[in-house]
Ligand binder design. Structure first.
Ligand SMILES: NC(=O)c1ccc[n+]([C@@H]2O[C@H](COP(=O)([O-])OP(=O)(O)OC[C@H]3O[C@@H](n4cnc5c(N)ncnc54)[C@H](O)[C@@H]3O)[C@@H](O)[C@H]2O)c1
Length: 322
């Protein structure tokens, strides 16, 4: 039987497209001004705050009236972001803590500084990340450094901050930055993809553990940016933003909005990839396992036509459903 027919026959019925992609208990649906966590005067800790998405997050949380603890390995750029946000919220509401998130003692120092200064954290944004290209069997150093920052950076911060956050009386949230690459696994960045798949897995586990606690006051969220024009995505300060990418500001505003609504999976679109495309791609990737196709069949020449048809049909269906 040809591959296309075999795969068709065992395809599950596709679930209908959601219009919001948002599943949460009603209790979390509160008016913006009543949100327990996204509130002026509360504290946000941002790792990787010196550039890109972290920099934009610092600016947006400053505009919301937060107190900010900014951490990054790049001290010079961090200081410059610190000056920018101090101009919005005032010097006394900003602390700058140069931190390498892959080093546990530096993360402990960051936590101690934050709790000594403000004795609370409302939003913990685990955003620091690196992404070098490479294959599965070369660049061992790249594998180590990618995991040390993207995975162990998040683990270090979680291990250090969560026990303190659980002891707070007021509510708080942890937002870990994953990636679509950690879900659909496109070829070309094996170490990065694997590290982000691990971030997805550990954040899902964290969310479960937190919600199982009696009177839990901390929630976890997986922030999945779309294509965002930052240093990590090819911006070098002089080249123009490609039309398909979002600015860091757009991505951060979307993230804050969805965090405020209580979403766990904060799956961001961009100018090239709308939500329905992501939904189809994610279901196709899961279908590799469920339907017994080869891994990464989306990029497999024998499945090219089938995949393209699946996307065409899926998008037409979702467009008609609007
Ligand atoms: N830009 C995108 O399209 C995109 C898409 C999906 C996910 N992401 C994720 O978003 C996050 C932010 O990335 P970005 O796109 O803003 O890139 P960026 O390079 O502009 O920012 C990353 C920041 O992390 C800092 N950093 C690197 N190693 C560190 C360490 N050991 N300790 C502390 N800070 C460190 C860098 O100095 C930099 O300031 C990353 O986790 C990235 O994987 C980005």
């Amino acid at each position: 039987m040809p591959i296309a027919d075999r795969s068709r026959n065992v395809s599950p019925n596709r679930p209908p497209f959601s219009t919001t992609g948002s599943y949460k208990p009603d209790t979390l649906q509160v008016a913006d001004e009543l949100h327990p966590v996204i509130q002026p005067g509360r504290v946000v800790v941002i790792t990787g705050a010196a550039s890109g998405i972290g920099h934009a997050a610092a600016l947006e949380f400053a505009k919301l009236g937060f107190k900010l603890a900014l951490a990054d390995i790049d001290e010079e750029r961090l200081n410059s972001v610190g000056k920018e946000v101090s101009a919005i919220v005032g010097n006394s509401n900003v602390i700058i803590v140069p931190t390498d998130v892959s080093k546990l003692d530096e993360v402990v120092r960051l936590r101690d500084k934050v709790y000594e200064t403000w004795d609370e954290v409302a939003v913990l944004l685990n955003n620091a990340g690196i992404g070098a290209r490479g294959t599965s069997w070369d660049g061992l150093d790249n594998w180590h450094s990618t995991f040390n920052v993207n995975l162990f950076g998040v683990v270090n911060v979680q291990q250090t901050f969560v026990p303190a956050m659980l002891h707070q009386e007021n509510q708080a949230m942890i937002i870990n930055t994953g990636s679509k690459q950690g879900i659909t696994n496109p070829p070309g960045n094996a170490a990065y993809n694997a590290s982000k798949a691990a971030v997805k897995s550990l954040t899902e586990g964290l969310a479960h553990e937190l919600r199982e606690r009696p009177q839990s006051n901390v929630t976890a969220h997986l922030f999945i940016p779309g294509w965002t024009f930052t240093g990590l995505a090819g911006a070098n300060g002089t080249n123009p933003k490609p039309d398909g990418a979002w600015t860091s500001e757009e991505t951060v505003l979307y993230m804050i909005d969805k965090a405020r609504q209580g979403d766990f999976y904060i799956l961001c679109p961009d100018n090239e990839t709308k939500r329905q495309m992501d939904e189809l791609r994610i279901m196709w990737a899961a279908g590799d396992v469920a339907e017994g196709r080869p891994p990464l069949s989306r990029w497999h020449k024998d499945y090219k036509a089938l995949y393209e048809e699946y996307m065409r049909e899926g998008l037409a269906l979702s467009d008609n459903g609007k």
